[in-house]
Design a protein around this ligand. Structure first.
Ligand SMILES: [Zn+2]
Length: 81
């Protein structure tokens, strides 16, 4: 919890507070992956991406997968970690 009156859940991939579901900032879809199982490919909406791999992609491409580079948007100020 922070200084905001409404706290959206932080994206496990890019850490912006986009509230779960498919993140508009990195296009990771929250599948329950956490730091504890970040290296495990869940095989759900993120296909063959593990959370660790998606974080690495985000650091390089600004998206959880290179194919999402044109789909993502910049985070809003209220979404910053
Ligand atoms: Zn994200």
């Amino acid at each position: 919890m922070g200084k905001h009156s409404i706290d959206f859940a932080a994206c496990p991939c890019c850490a912006h507070r986009t509230g779960g579901g498919t993140c508009p900032v990195c296009f990771w879809t929250d599948d329950g992956s956490t730091d504890q199982n970040a290296g495990v490919v869940q095989g759900g909406p993120n296909g063959d991406l593990s959370l660790s791999h998606a974080r690495l992609n985000y650091a390089i491409y600004g998206a959880s997968h290179p194919r999402y580079q044109d789909a993502v948007r910049r985070p809003r100020p209220d979404e910053l970690p």
